[in-house]
Design a protein around this ligand. Structure first.
Ligand code: TYC
Length: 102
């Protein structure tokens, strides 16, 4: 295959690409009406934060308008958003929760 030059072939190993699934940020949005204590309760209940963490994150959303409250797989992020939106709706608060690809 290479005349008199000897075998110059190169063995190239292929490796199946193990693609990590994309992660999604779950965002909590500020509004003027949802009580602070309710937001703290949401962060404790659905995002496993202790009271101090939850209060801190709630204040960040209150001051900055939005904050990432967790990063999850697509399915888990969708579930968190649905749980928060349903909980807020049932309590008649306008709290908004969304997700975006990281
Ligand atoms: N801004 C609300 C208030 O003053 C509190 C609040 C915080 C609402 C965070 C939503 O995601 C939120 N009562």
């Amino acid at each position: 295959e290479n005349g008199d030059e000897g075998d110059t072939s190169v063995v190239v190993k292929t490796r199946a690409k193990t693609k990590r699934p994309p992660l999604y940020k779950v965002l909590l949005l500020n509004d003027d009406y949802t009580p602070m204590e309710f937001v703290v309760a949401v962060l404790e209940r659905f995002f496993g934060m202790n009271h101090a963490q939850a209060f801190e994150v709630m204040l960040t959303v209150h001051k900055k308008g939005v904050a990432v409250v967790g990063v999850f797989s697509h399915e888990i992020a969708e579930t968190k958003v649905a749980q928060v939106m349903d909980f807020a709706r049932r309590h008649q608060h306008p709290l908004q929760c969304t997700m975006e690809k990281e």
